[in-house]
Ligand binder design. Structure first.
Ligand code: BG6
Length: 469
């Protein structure tokens, strides 16, 4: 049986590994600033950096990262963040580095730290066992970034390795999409609006599409990205988490256990993807990016057709699509409903009514749009599409960033927005046939919607919905 960890005691220090990397720069330091601004940062932060960095360079780096993300950052708040920060430098392979981290924690009187691994996944085992070599595995919890493993076998193996030194309740697996307010809103929107539940099934839903499109390329992360590709980078984790929230049954409570149980159930009902129902693409110019292997066939785009063989969803196609270098940046889920009977409209000159859509915008300007039909003014019984739309920020106010929420959760010891191992393993099982037989990559131009071949996986009469931004 898979048991989700229950709430853990709050942490008294935060140790960040990978402070010189991209994730720390783009997300973690700005998140620390946001936490400070909201009065939610109340503990020392120890940044672990390579031996060639000194304190001054480290501080400049942190300040620059905050300034890049928050050009109008409040100077006093930045100073308060800097006052909490301390750098420990050194080589991961030397015991003295780990002793220095332990000494720094001792100085702060810490007995329960968060060890945040913003480092390449292949370093997780080494860092976990090095923490254990100086007894730090007994003094906190470990937070690991996705991708968790490279496939099903390595995810199982990594889990076993981490379990050698950390018990399950002290392993927090990050998928930052679970920390996005807009993604969590799916759960609340679905289960707090009773009008949706009767139609949220195979009887009324014709198809579901989830698109995560980015205009950016690999942006200096070529050597990381080339080893993973779109499937491991975002589809197996972010996208399938979104699918699970859209498809799952109502949890019986809000605890981590109840939520994770329902996610695991729906992920268990996902059928391993048929590789013939997958199209991989690579943007033209990708092979010239720094860090990318000559002649690489890593995909920067993937479209796939999924099936969920449950009573609620059997027979409904779930189309997912992710890519870099695409026409617009958007994260959207579109639920398309069956067509209405058409007799009433047969005599009208116009086309039959469009199908209803519920379109969840999950990226910037998140919100929801219902595409409904309304009578076209005039004598005939024609209808046309109208959008009933809400922008959640305008309606509801400012939202917190995903990393701010997840860092705060990791510090508070709340596991609810972290991924449970059985869910991670199910999602690897779902994509494993594609890892085993990936098929060719089709080139596409930046600024397009990916390779035209992506149409091939759609059922007759279906088309990709362009995101609404
Ligand atoms: C990360 C991926 O997990 O998510 C990146 O590694 C991707 O490649 C990023 O750009 C997208 O996150 P967001 O929050 O901007 O949608």
């Amino acid at each position: 049986m898979n048991l989700s960890p229950v709430d853990q005691p709050p942490a008294d220090a935060l140790v960040l590994f990978g402070t010189t990397g991209d994730l720390a720069k783009r997300k973690l330091f700005p998140a620390l600033y946001a936490m400070e601004r909201h009065g939610r940062l109340d503990l020392p932060v120890i940044g672990v950096a390579r031996g060639t960095w000194d304190e001054e360079r480290f501080c400049q780096h942190v300040r620059a990262a905050i300034a890049a993300a928050e050009p109008d950052a409040d100077a006093a708040t930045v100073e308060r963040v800097m006052d909490r920060m301390q750098m420990v430098g050194g080589d991961y392979s030397e015991r003295s580095t780990w002793e220095a981290i332990r000494d720094a924690l001792d100085q702060h009187g810490s007995s329960n730290a968060v060890f945040y691994m913003a480092i390449p996944p292949d370093m997780f085992p080494e860092v976990a066992s090095s923490l254990a070599s100086v007894g730090l595995n007994e003094r906190g919890r470990i937070v690991v970034e996705k991708p968790f493993g490279r496939d099903l076998a390595t995810a199982v193996e990594l889990n076993a390795t981490l379990h050698e030194v950390f018990p399950e309740e002290r392993i927090f697996r990050i998928d930052h999409y679970l920390g996005k307010e807009s993604v969590e809103a799916l759960l609340v929107f679905r289960f707090s609006n009773t009008l949706l539940e009767p139609i949220w099934n195979r009887r009324y839903v014709r198809s579901v599409q989830v698109t995560m499109s980015e205009t950016i390329g690999v942006e200096g992360r070529g050597s990381f990205y080339d080893e993973v590709g779109a499937l491991r980078d975002v589809l197996q984790n972010h996208l399938l988490q979104v699918v699970s929230l859209l498809a799952m049954e109502p949890p019986v409570g809000a605890s981590a256990q109840y939520l994770h149980d329902e996610q695991a159930k729906v992920c268990a009902a996902m059928v391993p993807i048929d590789p013939t129902q997958v199209v991989r693409g690579q943007y033209v110019g990708y092979r010239d990016e720094p860090g990318v292997a000559h002649g690489s066939d890593t995909e920067t785009f993937m479209a796939a057709r999924l099936e969920i063989d449950s009573w609620r969803w059997a027979g409904v196609p779930w189309y997912v699509r992710v890519g870099k270098g695409l026409e617009v940046g958007a994260i959207e889920a579109v639920v398309e409903f069956q067509s209405p009977p058409r007799l009433l409209f047969d005599d009208a000159d116009g086309p039959p009514p469009d199908r209803n859509l519920v379109r969840f915008r999950l990226g910037s300007r998140d919100g929801v749009t219902f595409a409904l039909q309304a009578k076209t003014p005039g004598p005939s019984l024609e209808s046309q599409q109208i959008g009933v739309s809400v922008d959640f920020e305008t309606a509801l106010g400012e939202r917190q960033g995903a990393y701010e929420r997840l860092l705060a959760d990791a510090i508070a010891g709340s596991p609810r927005r972290f991924a449970r191992q059985d869910v991670v393993e199910h999602t690897w099982r779902v994509v494993q046939p594609v890892l085993d037989a990936p098929g060719p990559v089709h080139p596409y131009f930046r600024g397009s919607w990916g390779p035209a071949e992506a149409e091939r996986i759609l059922a007759d009469g279906d088309h990709w919905f362009p995101p609404s931004v």
